[in-house]
Design a protein around this ligand. Structure first.
Ligand SMILES: Cc1ncc(COP(=O)(O)O)c(C=O)c1O
Length: 475
């Protein structure tokens, strides 16, 4: 049996996953800590003896003792003279109760121990030592003036290093003057949308399916948004032409989420459309560095630097918490975007910018990518093999790239039910429904494999199998 869920008399809901690489005492600690934080386990209440809880949960007593000791050391539990243990008072957040705001996110993360959700690189592989070397170097060597307010485009060192890197690796046509550093792609979108809205863009086309955040930000900036269907060759350019949009947001190197590549014919037609309509192409190049079978196609930007506003991020290659992103902006829009960047936050943190510049310049970024590609490729291969073996009715599409696989569900299987069944079994997985902007099609799953060890990936696919069976069998 995969996992066992148990509600012990004490009101404690414990979901133990016997096959998890997370030790049982840690799983138990998480459940008890969560119960205390959310108020399910009341302050002052006496906890069951380690022997009884061990019996209820089918664990060895040592596991429970270890969990109790840890939580006592952390101050969640207090051991009393006479050998019993109680919940510390005052630990529950005021007003917190299951289902009430503040304490919920942690419990969701903790309860679902296997997470196939998209978008997370393996941050345990972050190149800390190399990053530290870059930090040390820039802190030692940068001129004092770099610590003042900077140009809205960012530190000159970073703009130069990014222009070099992007031109070399992604085939862009960047100069340090039209690079703008920002806090991830999220901020790129937040800066771009108001600026293009005040520069004459009225209707923005987006790929359907695609990420919804940009759509919300575009609408908030006053743009009308239209979804354009995605085919296996990328966006349907004929449908785009009919849409009368003035700008489009695309992911040409690796369509998000379906994983296809914009074909060379479609690239040509897209650029012709932009020229005919005097339209702007927003290119989201979020994960092109991870292509596992061949060299990725170059960025569209290189073909039409006046028509394409290019955006990239370190969130997939290094870590999302860095909040490092960049744009290569057509000359006519650079000043407006840089001015808005100054207005909203006076520029991104400069030490990070300088460290990243050094990291790019000294080759550490290339080295990191060379190290990570085989790791992710192996995980992807494990996922594909496990899917072929265990869930052959899923239909994976797209190229060998990035940090996720997208797979269609059989047409008769409702996506929401599959996702709910997986969750009940302790697996977080995303569906395609949330990425749709008007078109409807069969359901599909996004399986983010990058941060999972190979055995976790196999187990995750096993849970998908059981979730499908649950739905098929009406369970
Ligand atoms: C399509 C797409 N583009 C870009 C990003 C990166 O966003 P950010 O740089 O804000 O972390 C993501 C993150 O998941 C994404 O899904």
């Amino acid at each position: 049996m995969e996992s066992r869920t148990n509600t012990v008399g004490w009101g404690l809901f414990v979901e133990l996953d016997r096959e998890s690489s997370i030790p049982a005492h840690v799983q138990l600690e998480v459940a008890i800590r969560d119960g205390i934080r959310t108020g399910r386990l009341k302050g002052e209440s006496v906890v069951p003896s380690s022997r009884r809880l061990a019996q209820d949960l089918g664990l060895s007593r040592g596991v429970v003792v270890e969990a109790y000791q840890q939580l006592t050391a952390e101050g969640y539990l207090i051991s009393q003279a006479g050998g019993y243990t109680r919940v510390a008072s005052g630990v529950t957040r005021a007003g917190a109760s299951p289902g009430k705001g503040a304490a919920q996110p942690a419990s969701t993360e903790e309860k679902h121990l296997l997470d196939f959700r998209y978008g997370r690189p393996d941050v345990t592989q972050f190149p800390r030592a190399a990053w530290l070397r870059s930090l040390r170097k820039v802190l030692t060597e940068s001129p004092h003036d770099r610590l003042n307010y900077l140009d809205g485009r960012g530190a000159p060192e970073l703009r130069a290093a990014l222009a070099d890197y992007l031109n070399r690796v992604r085939g862009t046509w960047a100069t340090p003057d039209n690079v703008v550093a920002c806090n991830g792609f999220a901020q790129a979108v937040a800066l771009i949308m108001p600026v293009i809205a005040s520069n004459g863009v009225r209707r923005l086309a987006v790929e359907d399916p695609s990420d919804g955040d940009a759509v919300r930000i575009a609408r908030a900036a006053g743009l009308e948004v239209v979804g354009i269907p995605v085919t296996p060759d990328g966006i349907d350019v004929a449908a785009l032409a009919r849409s009368e949009a003035d700008a489009i947001l695309v992911t040409p190197a690796h369509q998000f989420p379906t994983g296809c590549v914009l074909s060379s014919e479609a690239r040509t037609r897209l650029l012709a459309w932009a020229n005919d309509r005097n339209a702007l192409i927003l290119e989201d190049d979020y994960d092109a560095e991870y292509r596992y079978d061949e060299t990725p196609v170059g960025a569209l930007h290189g073909l039409a630097p006046d028509r394409v506003l290019y955006a990239g991020t370190a969130s997939k290659t290094l870590a999302p918490g860095l909040r490092l992103g960049w744009m290569v902006v057509p000359d006519r829009l650079v000043d407006a975007i840089a001015a808005l960047k100054v207005e909203v936050d006076r520029g991104s943190p400069v030490i990070d910018q300088l460290a990243f510049a050094e990291f790019l310049r000294n080759g550490d970024f290339d080295r990191h990518l060379r190290r990570m590609r085989p790791i992710y490729r192996r995980r992807r291969d494990v996922l594909i093999d496990a899917m072929n073996e265990q869930v052959p009715e899923l239909d994976p599409v797209g190229i060998a790239a990035g940090l996720h696989i997208f797979a269609w569900l059989p047409p008769d299987l409702p996506e929401v039910e599959v996702i709910a069944a997986a969750r009940r079994r302790g697996l977080m997985v995303a569906g395609i429904h949330d990425y749709r902007h008007g078109t409807e099609d069969r359901g599909g799953l996004l399986l983010g494999y990058a941060k999972l060890q190979e055995d976790m990936i196999r187990r995750g696919v096993g849970i998908v199998r059981r979730a499908l069976d649950d739905v098929l069998g009406g369970g």
